[in-house]
Write a protein that binds this ligand. Structure first.
Ligand SMILES: Cc1cc2nc3c(=O)[nH]c(=O)nc-3n(C[C@H](O)[C@H](O)[C@H](O)COP(=O)(O)OP(=O)(O)OC[C@H]3O[C@@H](n4cnc5c(N)ncnc54)[C@H](O)[C@@H]3O)c2cc1C
Length: 457
């Protein structure tokens, strides 16, 4: 192990011991770092990329801050980030939709997520360590004592009163020996991945009007902004070409895209890479290569056949293929599909969600949704879902929380990942301060703090 070096010229001096360490600075990690630091903890957030944001910095819209009845379900830090982005002209307002599988869409500029979320974290006092991969853990008698981080300095060990795993894939929980599941119960396959991309020089109005001919019902086209257009449809019109030229394997292929600037599609979501495990570096490498292979064909297809996209060109690709599903940590409670469909309430609720169960077939054969059936059109996520069943000193937040594969297909959206991160941050700071295992905390006091900080629970 190398010694931590003292920073020069006013850079922050990294300590080796913190109250709270957050592993992964993506959607959930931003909220976890912020809420733990705001609660008074000394916090270090460790991120393998050169920026915070994770999947939230890939151009996707935040969906379903609202339920189907138009009632806001998620607020807190997620809403605060949207407001800050809006002030920077880097987000459009929430657009409520009806009839389709989405209840609301909030378009954001991915580059500004990196800038704005970083500013918010620094303001809170949270320290940031980039270009650093959490690659190991030391556990004694089921207690997570320290983690190992690999970066340019070599391997460094960090200790903390409490750790939060927000790596999306549950890396830290896995390294700690926590039990987990991967993929659907029947065959262990995970949902398909999608390489997202941003397109410049698109005649957005022409392109979107085309998809409104064959839309997924009632997804929004139009909104409260000149450039706020959202494509949501199928490429069925070009089935013959798509199958003949081998662009995609199956007919009636879905495309989702959205824009917030003139002449661009901020994200396009249509590529599908299936039957790969995103938590395995070898399979992930294959998935990245397959994603780019498809992308080359897709761009040529869009240029050749889709009116309004003749001159379209790729302006950016996110840092890594989009992964919908990998490990789900076994927690004190495992949230199920029935809990979601029936809109169940729990006494230890720490986040709520109004999104449907949205599954991209693991074998790449399409996509389907199941909607919440309860009167309230939303469900609770219990605190026990972020507490690993066996390991102490560790919480998880984001898409790797304790759910069935079916339930993950709903909890994984960004507003709920941020709400879970916010709750994990409060609980971790409390656990570190009181020197208690997270499972021994009084959930009522976590809920009181969350409510005081704008969470809708
Ligand atoms: C193709 C696709 C489309 C989607 N569409 C939408 C949508 O339209 N709207 C919506 O709301 N949601 C959407 N989602 C879901 C949502 O974006 C993700 O589920 C959510 O952002 C996951 O948040 P997270 O914090 O768990 O993970 P992430 O945001 O992925 O963050 C994980 C972070 O941890 C870092 N990390 C990982 N491993 C390590 C390690 N070992 N050490 C250090 N750092 C590490 C990563 O670099 C990353 O920054 C979509 C997802 C995909 C893949």
């Amino acid at each position: 192990m190398q010694e931590i070096r003292v920073g020069k010229r006013g850079w922050k001096m990294y300590r080796q011991e913190y109250d709270v360490i957050v592993a992964g600075g993506g959607t959930a990690g931003i909220a976890a770092g912020l809420s733990a630091a705001r609660a008074g903890a000394h916090v270090l957030l460790i991120e393998k990329n050169s920026y915070v944001g994770g999947t939230a910095a890939s151009g996707l819209p935040f969906i379903d801050f609202f339920n189907r009845d138009g009632k806001q379900i998620t607020a807190g830090i997620a809403e605060e980030l949207m407001k800050r982005l809006f002030q920077e002209k880097a987000a459009l307002g929430h657009i409520r939709t009806s009839g389709g599988h989405l209840n609301s869409v909030t378009m954001i500029d991915p580059e500004w997520v990196k800038i704005t979320a970083e500013e918010m974290l620094l303001e809170s006092g949270c320290e940031l360590l980039y270009h650093s991969f959490v690659c190991g853990a030391k556990v004694e008698e089921d207690c997570l004592k320290s983690i190992v981080v690999a970066n340019k300095n070599g391997l460094t060990e960090f200790r903390a009163g409490c750790f939060i795993d927000t790596t999306g894939d549950g890396d830290l929980a896995k390294f700690s020996g926590a039990r987990y599941h991967l993929g659907r119960e029947s065959d262990g396959l995970c949902q398909a991945m999608s390489l997202l991309f941003k397109l410049g020089d698109v005649d957005v109005e022409r392109a979107t009007s085309l998809f409104s001919e064959n839309p997924i019902p009632a997804c929004p086209v139009g909104g409260d902004h000149e450039y706020n257009l959202h494509i949501s449809g199928k490429l069925s019109k070009w089935n013959d070409i798509i199958l003949k030229e081998g662009i995609f394997e199956h007919p009636d292929h879905n495309i989702w895209a959205g824009t917030m600037r003139e002449n661009e599609l901020t994200y396009v979501n249509t590529i599908r890479v299936s039957e790969k495990n995103g938590a395995d570096a070898y399979e992930l490498s294959e998935a990245e290569i397959e994603g780019r292979r498809q992308l080359k064909k897709v761009i040529r297809f869009l240029n050749a056949y889709v009116p309004g996209m003749e001159k379209a060109h790729i302006t950016s690709i996110p840092n890594g293929i989009g992964i919908r599903e990998t490990r789900r940590i076994d927690g004190e409670y495992i949230l199920t599909g029935e809990d979601i469909i029936e809109g169940r309430r729990f006494d230890d609720c720490i986040a709520r969600n109004g999104y449907c169960i949205d599954i991209h077939d693991p074998k790449g054969q399409g996509w389907g949704v199941s909607r919440i059936q309860s009167e309230e059109q939303s469900y609770d996520i219990p605190y026990r879902c972020i507490v690993p069943a066996r390991i102490d000193n560790l919480l998880v937040a984001g898409r790797c929380i304790s759910t069935t594969a079916e339930a993950l297909a709903s909890t994984r959206i960004m507003p709920s990942c941020m709400a879970l991160g916010q709750a994990a941050g409060v609980a971790a700071s409390m656990a570190a301060d009181r020197k208690l295992a997270p499972r021994k905390l009084d959930v009522k006091s976590i809920q009181t703090i969350l409510r005081g900080n704008g969470a809708l629970i």
